[in-house]
Design a protein around this ligand. Structure first.
Ligand SMILES: Cc1cc2nc3c(=O)[nH]c(=O)nc-3n(C[C@H](O)[C@H](O)[C@H](O)COP(=O)(O)O)c2cc1C
Length: 224
């Protein structure tokens, strides 16, 4: 697949056909994704390909309360779970989630963790949420999605499981000092979005300073 097209069209896919995704194909995808960059080339990612239906059911059960809270928070006009001004909603009700409801039957489920002994947490001492160490594992996750797209698959990266890391650690035998980073679900898409909604360059890019003038750019180029 042409690189720029792939970058513009790899949207989140949450509904899959029944077509199986073999371990061989997953291995091929991971064999490409492993070329992702990481701090100091430490490659801290670990991947569990979860086939066991009971484990999948438990993963979905662990994530459901976080989804319910996400929906309630969004309904109250918040950016859910943001570390700046988030206030947990007082009323949370069960919300359906197709991905979680069908996780047991999903074509492929990957849980991706990071070995914290191998990441450089450059912003750990700052008086704010540390963010930088994730940059050593999320490019890998994105490369999984891009490589999957190349093979005709689609998928979605989710982070809800991180909120249940203690339970997930026991469930998945996650080694000590590893962080649950993402769950990536893959399969053949039922439909694939053609145009993704993204902000134009001038809305998030300025010259010299973040207070500077917007960068002149071909902002409204059409997606392929
Ligand atoms: C860090 C991160 C966390 C995400 N978490 C979830 C999630 O928990 N559940 C989900 O359905 N999608 C999740 N997504 C997918 C986003 O919702 C999706 O990338 C975004 O809405 C853009 O959607 P689009 O590609 O369809 O335009 C996540 C994506 C990222 C990068």
């Amino acid at each position: 697949m042409e690189l720029l097209t792939a970058l513009r069209t790899t949207g989140a896919i949450r509904s899959f056909t029944d077509q199986a995704v073999t371990d061989e194909l997953i291995a091929e995808i991971l064999d490409v994704a492993r070329f992702a960059p990481s701090g100091g080339n430490r490659q801290p990612w670990r991947v569990a390909v979860v086939r066991d239906r009971a484990i999948r059911a438990e993963l979905a059960r662990l994530m459901q309360p976080t989804w319910d809270e996400y929906i309630a928070a969004r309904a109250s006009g918040q950016a859910p779970f943001n570390p700046v001004d988030y206030a947990a909603p007082t009323e949370v009700t069960a919300a359906p989630n197709e991905l979680l409801d069908t996780l047991v039957d999903a074509p492929a489920v990957l849980v991706i963790a990071a070995d914290l002994s191998q990441v450089a947490a450059m912003d750990l001492e700052l008086d704010r949420l540390p963010l930088v160490s994730g940059a050593s594992v999320y490019p890998f996750c994105w490369s999984v999605l891009l490589a999957a797209h190349h093979h005709g698959l689609g998928g979605v990266l989710t982070t809800f499981l991180a909120r249940s890391e203690p339970e997930a650690t026991a469930l998945l035998d996650l080694p000590a000092d590893h962080a649950i980073s993402a769950m990536v679900v893959l399969g053949v898409p039922v439909t694939r979005p053609i145009r993704l909604r993204r902000r134009p360059v001038h809305e998030f890019t300025t010259v010299d300073r973040f207070s500077g003038t917007p960068l002149a750019s071909p902002t409204d180029q059409h997606d392929p």
